[in-house]
Design a protein. Structure first.
Lengths: 178, 178
């Protein structure tokens, strides 16, 4: 089952686009990797640090790190400087964890937003990714992935919205959306 | 946290398209729903019944049903009649489970293929979905989702391949792809 040589590459994976399923797919990787006893962790840039959604409860139960570290910023932040400050703080944590050698897979959930808003320079992010331990997979989710990140990544899927129930007035569903 | 009225609708969700992340997103829902103690199960149409991937190991550990029931058909089936027979057999199981009232969420992984190949009539599948318990969410994954299914579904995301490492000759990675 062990892959060898070229095939044992750490990948940079980006789930982007307007459609549903980006964070959800990253959670699927987390689940799958945990099943293989891989060292997986997830850091969430936007999700409010008090969030206690299905995925947080599940992660706690199985002892996997899934840390919401944002302030729930949803384009309605009361104080954008606070939101930005939290993102920069979390980025420092990310850099440390990326370099640590303590992970097989790291998920940077909604990391595209601080890049998109220019709070973190894309070039700096790429430099950190470039110099990461060579077998570390990094998964980045969120809309508006910058082109330079797409060019750099190994796997990029755009989640394209064909149809969304919000448009019919159906609210987010527990277990499905959160 | 409980949703009420209209918002407490069972959704039909389709993850389709050529890109990576369809089954993975369904696994993310499974994980999230388990965290909420919801009754979730997954039936896999193509995945070989002997498969023991990361997700199968993880599901076994947490006691969630994730049943691969196919013969690993990947457009290279030795005997298409066997593959088709397995799909029809699994469809009978699906119908029973859908009607049972024993689930909050059912995942029919790669169910689009038997539809696409005409082994199961789309109209029959829609009839089963239409008459399901009204709060049951059903998630269907796979390429080539038939248009009638897309029209019927509440949420449809197309996973669009922007970039895939297979094209660079990098093999599927444990924990990431399986």
């Amino acid at each position: 089952m062990e892959a060898t040589g070229r095939s044992r590459a750490g990948l940079v994976i980006v789930y982007t686009g307007e459609g549903a399923g980006k964070t959800t797919a990253a959670l699927g990787v987390l689940f799958r990797a945990w099943g293989r006893d891989m060292r997986v962790g997830a850091l969430q840039f936007i999700k409010h640090s008090m969030a206690n959604n299905g995925e947080h409860r599940a992660a706690r139960r199985i002892g996997v790190e899934l840390k919401p570290m944002g302030d729930g910023f949803t384009w309605r932040s009361r104080d954008i400087e606070v939101t930005k400050g939290l993102a920069l703080q979390l980025w420092e944590v990310c850099k440390e964890k990326i370099r640590s050698g303590n992970y097989d897979i790291l998920i940077l959930d909604e990391f595209t937003y601080p890049l998109h808003y220019g709070w973190i320079a894309v070039e700096e992010a790429l430099e950190v990714l470039r110099s990461r331990p060579k077998e570390l997979h990094v998964i980045i989710t969120g809309r508006y992935a910058p082109q330079d990140l797409i060019d750099f990544a190994d796997l990029v899927t755009e989640m394209r919205e064909i149809k969304h129930p919000y448009r019919k007035g159906i609210k987010a569903q527990p277990g499905i959306n959160f």
